[in-house]
Design a protein around this ligand. Structure first.
Ligand SMILES: [Zn+2]
Ligand SMILES: [Zn+2]
Ligand SMILES: [Zn+2]
Length: 132
């Protein structure tokens, strides 16, 4: 589902400013508030914050790392779904496919009678460069 449809579905108006912010987000891979703010010099800071919170709530973006002073986000694209692993030494974030984990999630949700709606995982490991 594209983000305009998600906004409409959640009764969130497609304001010019909102679309401008989303346009910038689309160009990033992993980004923080600061990255976004640097691209939107004329936008009120509180409004960037508010929109990030809103986009995260409706799952247009997701938080991928909240262990640093700056939260990192990415556009939540179900067609290229992946999870993240971070090197706890150099902070490099890599991605991996988690289809086997998903089977496990299915099992856990069945067992507990919950339906999995959304998830975001961050593993902290040591990358090969730092491990040498
Ligand atoms: Zn490393
Ligand atoms: Zn990613
Ligand atoms: Zn996943």
């Amino acid at each position: 589902m594209n983000y305009k449809d998600i906004l409409k579905k959640n009764w969130i108006s497609l304001t010019k400013q909102r679309l401008e912010i989303l346009g910038k987000i689309e160009k990033f891979h992993h980004f923080s508030y600061i990255d976004l703010q640097n691209q939107l010099k004329n936008t009120w800071r509180a409004s960037i914050f508010r929109n990030l919170k809103l986009f995260n709530e409706v799952w247009i973006i997701r938080i991928i790392d909240y262990t640093e002073w700056a939260i990192k986000y990415e556009l939540n694209d179900d067609t290229v779904h992946h999870e993240h692993m971070k090197c706890w030494s150099c902070n490099e974030i890599s991605e991996f496919d988690d289809s086997e984990l998903h089977s496990l999630f299915e099992k856990i949700s069945k067992k507990n009678n919950f339906k999995l709606k959304k998830h975001s995982l961050l593993f902290e490991w040591v990358c090969v460069n730092c491990n040498n």
